[in-house]
Ligand binder design. Structure first.
Ligand code: TRP
Length: 362
């Protein structure tokens, strides 16, 4: 059995640097390392609709945004199957069967869903579809027999739920499904990149994001107004590096090569940090370096995005082709699932023969 990767994003907004360090960058590496037999990356529009039922246009507009973000970040449709969740109706069918294997109280215990319910003020009236999305996510993962799901730690409860469903399914119906493992970001900074305002998380609603699709000018403005150390008032003052967003971003993005190229006075980030701590190093100098580092990462993405933007019908075509290929895989799993669950009445000649015999002896 192969090593299979599956992961995806809800199309509720453009992807930002938090997505890039937390998952996109790793996906491109995984694609290029070629250690996996197959890799699926998908746009989870059905899941996005679980809390945006009244706003289908938002989801619709963001399909192409996320697709452009994927392609410009370097995901290659020759190596990765890119698809759209709603184009695979088998996922909905699988979800229905899994619903019988999960209790309401088990869903209520999911910490990620709990937080999301609070954030959306859903306490009084949770849409059933939202409440049950971990089951639908288990369908996404298992339909492709994924062994590995690269995702942030907030997705661990979904993976745990998925493994429970797999175990229960295989126990009742026989060995059909595969238990997946999460693959967490390797670098702790990458688990949660703060927003430009220093708040814990980059998030669209807080307006503290640098988007992959931002122009260089937009990015520069955001970096220049970035939160640093509020106690570092004059250049001579000693500065704090911990909790200083500029340094957190440098942790996530800069390499010794960047120093050699843009700021040879320092060999490593540690040397720069030491100087900042001692005092005598201004914020703006550090920000200008960060701008160069980010531009170096983002410029190739902007160029690829620009190319794909010239042929949007082709981007939709990539998603369509990917969805067709993904659907074949999901359909095969559904075939096995139906067999195992004994809901294959018309294909089971032995069943038909037995029933005929039973009634002919009456
Ligand atoms: N829950 C994920 C998110 O919020 C999106 C998602 C849906 C997903 N199905 C998945 C991620 C399956 C990994 C595997 O971004």
């Amino acid at each position: 059995m192969g090593k299979i990767i599956l992961t995806g994003d809800r199309p509720t907004g453009r992807l930002h640097l938090g997505h890039y360090v937390g998952s996109l960058r790793r996906r491109v590496e995984l694609q290029d390392e070629g250690d996996f037999d197959r890799m699926f990356v998908f746009i989870a529009d059905v899941q996005a609709l679980t809390d945006n039922a009244d706003n289908p246009e938002k989801v619709r507009q963001n399909i192409i945004e996320v697709a452009l973000d994927y392609l410009s970040a370097g995901l290659d449709p020759q190596k990765v199957t890119l698809f759209v969740q709603s184009m695979i109706p088998e996922l909905a069918e699988l979800t229905v069967y899994y619903m019988n294997l999960v209790t309401v109280s088990r869903l209520q215990r999911n910490p990620t869903v709990k937080t999301e319910i609070q954030m959306r003020n859903f306490e009084a009236s949770i849409p059933v579809g939202f409440f049950t999305y971990p089951i639908s996510q288990a369908a996404d993962i298992t339909a492709f027999k994924a062994t590995t799901v690269p995702a942030g730690e907030d997705q661990e409860p979904m993976l745990e739920q998925t493994r429970e469903i797999v175990k229960r399914f295989n126990y009742i119906y026989g060995d059909v499904l595969v238990e997946p493992k999460i693959m967490l970001p390797t670098n702790s900074v990458c688990c949660r990149l703060p927003g430009t305002d220093g708040k814990a998380k980059m998030s669209k609603s807080l307006g503290n994001c640098i988007y992959l699709s931002d122009s260089s000018k937009e990015m520069q403005q955001k970096v220049k107004s970035m939160y640093t150390d509020p106690g570092h008032l004059r250049v001579e003052d000693p500065g704090k590096v911990e909790g200083n967003t500029v340094f957190t971003y440098l942790d996530a993005f800069s390499t010794p090569d960047d120093f050699a190229e843009f700021w040879p006075e320092y060999k490593t980030l540690d040397e720069l940090k030491d100087h900042y701590r001692r005092g005598g190093l201004g914020d703006m100098k550090c920000k200008k370096f960060l701008i160069k580092v980010l531009d170096k990462r983002l410029e190739p993405m902007r160029q690829r995005r620009h190319e794909f933007e010239q042929d949007i019908p082709e981007v939709y075509n990539i998603l369509k082709k990917g969805s067709e290929a993904a659907r074949e895989v999901a359909a095969q799993t559904l075939h096995d699932v139906r067999d195992a669950m004994k809901i294959n009445y018309f294909d089971d000649m032995e069943l038909i023969r037995q029933q005929a015999e039973k009634y002919s002896n009456k």
